[in-house]
Design a protein around this ligand. Sequence first.
Ligand code: A2R
Length: 309
Amino acid sequence: GLEKNFTLHAYREPGEVPERLLAELAGTLRFIAVCGHPGRADSALMQRLPKLQIVSNFGVGYDNVDAKWAAERGIMVTNTPDILNEEVADTAIGLLLCTVRELPRADRYIRAGEWAKNGDFRLTASLRNRAVGMVGLGRIGKAIASRLDAMRVPVVYHTRRPQADVPYRHFADLIAMARAVDVLLCIVPGGAATKHMIGAAVLEALGPDGILINMARGSVVDEPALIEALRDGKILSAGLDVFANEPNVPAELIAMENVVLLPHVGSASAPTRAAMEQLVVDNLVHWKNGQPPLTPVPETPWPQTKARA
Ligand code: A2R
């Protein structure tokens, strides 16, 4: 889609865009399509591009784009919200069930020949006697909560602002919610405001029967504190789709039986990823044709409040 509509300079390596490429293109680049993990459009890159007008990010989370910096300079930023809500919610429920009922471990039990040798698989924890505390109840969080409703699992939530139109109890205090439930399910944006919001104190409050599910960003969880809590039995188990330093996953987590690990696959089905790719392209094509962008992020609303500096 990009090749059809633009002169495309594709850079696929992880890490910084090389100086050679920047020196050659900096004066002419007007549009960026960025694929998060490891793609980034930070201020250091953007300030090298005087003609830059728009950054179109692949993914709903855009903590890899310095959107506030862009907003101050009249650079548009778009993401891919909504079209992945149901997919990520499906994955979240899958990860929750895998973690509570230890399904990947049960699969390994058969493959290792243990069923025939040692008899039935161990009895596991259950979702039947649990309430889920949603950390974040936005577009994806609501799609997860409605699935939990159907599964007859009580839901409460923590956000900065209570919502008028939801049937769930709001907790202004995350630690108080962690005390009141035995599953925390994170689906908040990454970035400075949510960095390490799940730390030692929250895990302690969640307690020894507690289960942490992270579908948000690795930065939301203090990973060393989580490893310690899992190791010391301060919480029961964790299901993680995201990590602090992807694609590197701490060896301590890989060695633990009471964690389920997914390689950031929340939205990663072929149809959903195709829809996201199309939206990345459509945002840029609309912009190029002088039409409003389809899905601007909140920091850069349309119509623009600031002209390109
Ligand atoms: O705090 P609020 O009232 O703005 O509620 C939002 C909540 N949230 C937070 N909750 C507590 N502390 C914070 N510092 C904080 N910042 C945001 O997270 C809202 O309920 C939710 C975000 O919802 P949406 O903006 O609709 O995001 P969506 O599409 O559900 O995706 C969430 C994240 C992405 O940013 C990726 O990191 C990940 O899921 O895939």
